[in-house]
Ligand binder design. Structure first.
Ligand code: APR
Length: 165
């Protein structure tokens, strides 16, 4: 079962948290800013060495001062109306995050924010459908998969999709 919660992802005690990053991996606003603030300056030092990260791809670094041992920096697509391959790129960002988590070998719990649905403008419901599809496809290999949302509307959308409404 995928845990749908409303929380600040930087506070979660899971093995890995996923960051909604940009290709420079240098930090930014939104959840990216929150994660870099909580992890400390070593996070940008470690991540920028792996930059640029193409849209739809992800990289993994230690979590430094975070409770989470790892941060998976995923770069979601900017929404341009839906005819620029956005859905495939968002799906790939989730898939690549799971692949890195599985490859690391010791990650049993992982939390995702609603990638691309903030600054990048991806419609929340369309993004949630993709996120939950990919999470369902991979959750069997993890003890805990968390959809960590930050607003009531997103929680409601995920819960409706989870219950098949
Ligand atoms: N914990 C969990 N979710 C959060 C947090 C937080 N602390 N802060 C924000 N969010 C939510 C937002 O409310 C939104 O639902 O994360 C989701 C993703 O929004 P953004 O952080 O704006 O990410 P995104 O839309 O993918 O845009 C990425 O924004 O911050 C920059 O550097 C980042 O250029 C990149 C772009």
């Amino acid at each position: 079962m995928i845990d749908i919660i409303r929380a600040d992802i930087t506070t979660l005690d899971v093995d890995a948290i996923v960051n909604a990053a940009n290709s420079s991996l240098a930090g930014g606003g939104g959840v990216d800013g929150a994660i870099h603030r909580a992890a400390g300056p070593e996070l940008a030092q470690a991540a920028t060495r792996l930059a640029p990260c193409p849209t739809g791809d992800a990289v993994i670094t230690p979590g430094f001062r975070l409770a989470a041992r790892f941060v998976i920096h995923a770069v979601g697509p900017v929404w341009h109306g839906g005819t620029h391959g956005e859905a495939a790129l968002l799906r790939r960002a989730y898939e690549r995050s799971f692949a890195l988590a599985a490859g690391e070998g010791s990650i049993a719990s992982i939390a995702f924010p609603a990638i691309s649905t903030g600054v990048y403008g991806y419609p929340k419901r369309d993004a949630a459908e993709i996120a939950l599809e990919v999470m369902r496809a991979h959750e069997v290999r993890f003890d805990r998969v968390v959809a960590c949302l930050f607003d009531e509307e997103s929680v409601r959308i995920y819960q409706e999709l989870q219950s098949g409404e």
